[in-house]
Design a protein around this ligand. Structure first.
Ligand SMILES: Cc1ncc(COP(=O)(O)O)c(C=O)c1O
Length: 384
């Protein structure tokens, strides 16, 4: 059985290691060899005829079971989506909103979790509440838990919708506390988990999550455009699929019967043919991550990001990401008071083949478990 160390710095398994010190897994991850092998296999098989001699559709079912296991959910609670936005839009458009219903989120969400709710303000008279981020004396930025819970408690609030990990600051919200609060107070709870899956453990039952959405192209190490949607079983009948096609129904393969009865499981949110190559690629990635184990990946990520933060602090950079308790994540946001951030990013890329990015005016590095300590040290050394 493979362990993490056998992947660290392994150029065969992670070809990107040959050319780059890549630290933007919170953006779009380079694909591991296991995933590109799955894509090549798909391409070979596709030339010979899609459904004739392949196991594609059985493999997609295996992915559904593996995805459910990763979330501590049931396969009936998992649908495949084309991206995070689609999953959030299914939630936003599937519920019987009433005018005045309030939706609580933060003011620092990725727009995938803002615009679907703004559309509800426009079309259904709902209200979107965005809780502000604050900064502590050291410049660490986070959205306070108390402020989220206070807005969640308001009688008009029907849903809280949050990224588990905020894309710019890297703050990991205490979603277990928020989820339990929502469950106890009869509020719905929706989570954008794209900055979580593949790098931090996720348990939808323990965290009382009602809906979860994540594309596979970041920490999950899958191709873009193939993602996972979770819906708590009890909510399936109450959440209408906004997109309807031939596949949402119980008897989809009996084409001519026109039996418009929605599936009783999360398959009712899948309206037509799958992104087969994307899902086969995602399957290879999920299987690799499952073998390594969420706890082992978590421990490796803590060690790598701690090393990075120690080095950055020693060089005088300000750390923006919260690090206390469980508020840390794979995202390290940092800032310089002396040097131009855009110039830093472009110089690292052009002169050092080191990839970090600019987010909300700050520098953001997001290593994954297979990055080496030497790579982290090279990044620190290359920074002005
Ligand atoms: C928190 C968050 N949500 C969603 C996305 C991407 O959304 P989608 O999967 O719809 O492209 C990103 C990408 O950066 C993100 O950081």
């Amino acid at each position: 059985m493979a362990d993490i160390q056998s992947y660290v710095g392994n150029q065969e398994a992670f070809p990107v290691l040959k050319n780059w010190d890549f630290f933007n897994h919170a953006g779009v991850a380079p694909l591991p060899r296991a995933v590109t092998d799955a894509l090549r296999k798909f391409a070979d098989e596709a030339e010979r005829g899609a459904y004739l001699e392949t196991t594609w559709y059985k493999d997609i079912e295996k992915l559904r079971i593996a995805s459910a296991a990763m979330l501590n959910a049931h396969r009936d609670e998992i649908a495949f989506i084309k991206n995070t936005s689609e999953g959030i839009s299914i939630v936003a458009n599937g519920i019987d909103w009433q005018p005045g219903d309030q939706i609580v989120t933060t003011a620092v969400e990725y727009p995938a979790n803002i615009y679907p709710w703004m559309e509800l303000e426009r079309s259904r008279g709902c209200k979107l509440v965005m809780v502000a981020e604050t900064s502590d004396a050291e410049g660490r930025r986070s959205v306070p838990l108390d402020a989220i819970l206070a807005r969640a408690a308001e009688p008009a609030t029907r849903m809280v919708t949050l990224s588990h990990v905020e894309f710019a600051s890297g703050q990991r919200h205490d979603i277990k506390t928020i989820g339990r609060f929502c469950r106890e107070h009869g509020k719905l709870f929706c989570v954008d988990a794209i900055q979580t899956l593949g790098v931090l453990p996720m348990d939808v039952k323990e965290m009382c999550i009602d809906y979860l959405s994540a594309d596979g192209h970041k920490w999950l190490l899958g191709p873009e455009g193939a993602g996972i949607f979770y819906i708590r079983r009890e909510l399936i009948e109450k959440t209408r699929p906004p997109l309807i096609g031939w596949m949402n129904v119980v008897d989809a393969l009996n084409y001519g019967t026109y039996n418009y009865t929605l599936r009783p499981d999360a398959g009712r949110y899948e309206c037509g043919s799958y992104n087969v190559p994307g899902l086969l690629g995602l399957k290879a990635a999920v299987e690799m991550l499952t073998v390594l184990g969420a706890q082992a990946i978590l421990a490796r990520m803590k060690a790598l990001t701690d090393r990075l933060i120690d080095g950055l602090s020693a060089k005088g950079y300000q750390i923006i990401s919260p690090r206390e308790d469980d508020a840390w994540s794979g995202i390290v946001s940092f800032a310089s008071t002396k040097h131009d951030h855009s110039l830093i990013v472009s110089t690292l890329r052009k002169e050092h083949r080191i990839e970090i990015v600019l987010r909300e005016g700050r520098l953001r590095a997001s290593p994954h478990f297979y990055n080496t300590e030497e790579q982290i040290d090279r990044l620190i050394a290359a920074l002005p």
